[in-house]
Design a protein around this ligand. Structure first.
Ligand code: MG
Ligand code: MG
Length: 260
């Protein structure tokens, strides 16, 4: 059962989502060749704590770091490491926060210096598919309409959607019902109603859709064919019948200090 959020809860989730959005931008400012993902993690954790929130991924089911940093063929759940980023890499920061009892959760894939044209297209298509999904998140639609919007856009661009992982409701829980798959059929799944708060997060592979979980750490999800993967995530509330952004990418994309 999905319990729609009250206006007070939506206001708290919005405050939190802004902290996450700004934390992603802090990471974006730090991304450069030679920087390690451990350093990106430290930047994010400092910002989160300085703003009165807690990095919710740290210790979640044993996850060892404050944020996920997923490089190139790592789709999600990458561990921050001491390996320096290289020109042409892509790195996804996925950030979760706990603030006043509510959760925030968003992700962005950053280029490291100049990336090749196909990688740039992968990033652009993945981000555009997120907005297609958000556009389908209107009251009276169903979760399958979101998945269909994402999947049809991604596949028509020649990329593939990861199916093993999905978006989710969010509130006091980091992952609440309903699950929000990035594939689906129109008119299928739970109905969207005003007050629902959900994270939509397409994970898209440049190559095939098959993925595997690292045997080394049991967390990192890799593309099976070692192709690059991109991942963008925003939190929205269905309100007055339409999806309204709680988190956003404005702090990243309108900051002159972050170059693309
Ligand atoms: Mg996330
Ligand atoms: Mg999420």
């Amino acid at each position: 059962m999905v319990r729609p959020k009250t206006e007070e809860e939506i206001a708290l989730l919005r405050e939190n989502a802004i902290i996450v959005s700004k934390a992603l931008a802090e990471v974006g400012k730090a991304v450069a060749p030679g920087v390690t993902t451990r350093e990106l993690c430290r930047v994010a954790e400092t910002f989160i704590r300085d703003n009165g929130a807690i990095p919710s991924f740290l210790g979640f089911e044993g996850f060892p770091a404050a944020i996920c940093t997923s490089v190139n063929d790592v789709v999600v759940h990458g561990f921050p490491s001491d390996t320096p980023l290289k020109e042409g890499d892509i790195v996804t920061a996925d950030i979760g926060t706990l603030y006043k009892g509510y959760n925030g959760d968003s992700a962005y894939t950053f280029p490291v210096g100049e990336v090749d044209a196909e990688t740039r297209r992968l990033m652009d298509v993945t981000k555009a598919s997120l907005y297609k999904g958000i556009g389908a998140a209107v009251a009276g639609n169903r979760v399958g309409d979101i998945g269909y919007a994402v999947q049809s856009f991604v596949e028509s661009a020649g990329f593939s959607v990861v199916r093993e992982l999905e978006g989710h409701g969010i509130g006091k829980g980091m992952h609440e019902s309903p699950g929000v798959p990035n594939y689906g059929r129109p008119g299928q799944g739970p109905k969207l109603v005003d007050g629902m708060t959900i994270c939509i997060e397409p994970m898209v592979n440049a190559g095939g859709r098959s993925v595997y979980v690292s045997r080394n750490n049991g967390w990192e999800v890799h593309t099976s064919d070692r192709s690059n993967a991109a991942h963008y995530e925003l939190t929205v509330v269905v309100r007055h019948g339409k999806a309204e952004l709680l988190s956003c990418f404005d702090f990243i994309e309108k900051d002159p200090a972050i170059k693309f």
